[in-house]
Design a protein around this ligand. Sequence first.
Ligand code: VLP
Length: 138
Amino acid sequence: MPASLSGKWEMISNVNFDNYMIALGISASLRKIAAKLTLKKKIERQEDQFIVKTTSTFRNYTVTFKVGQEFNEFTKGLDNRHLKSLVRWEGNKLICEQTGEKKNRGWAHWIEDDKLHLELFCEGQVCKQVYKNVSKTR
Ligand code: VLP
């Protein structure tokens, strides 16, 4: 079993986010706002189900899925597209393929050095984000 993705996380680096957003067709005005955000993730795992909440002072986005089970995803408040998404484990990486209008779209999450790593892919662009753990212990 890979190291747990569960918990609360706060973004500490964000590389190539603008080009990822351009690939998604996000407007310049929205990109300007988004670029300044410190994104947070709350990842919960219940049996074979994951709930991934991305939050910020501007907008929030939640996705719920079961590993290995394709689902319909609507990226409400992001690029507002309808996707067929499928998440699977590939070694220690949790990988999502998002099939729709945009080619080679998806993301990958994994733990490395106690940090949550995220790569966001779209049409050849790769945005790399790293999050530190901010879960409360006790
Ligand atoms: C859209 C780019 C501002 C930017 C415009 C809105 C909630 C993996 C996966 C689980 C994501 C999040 C992608 C966020 C950037 C989209 C930003 C509002 C933030 O996360 O953890 O959904 O795909």
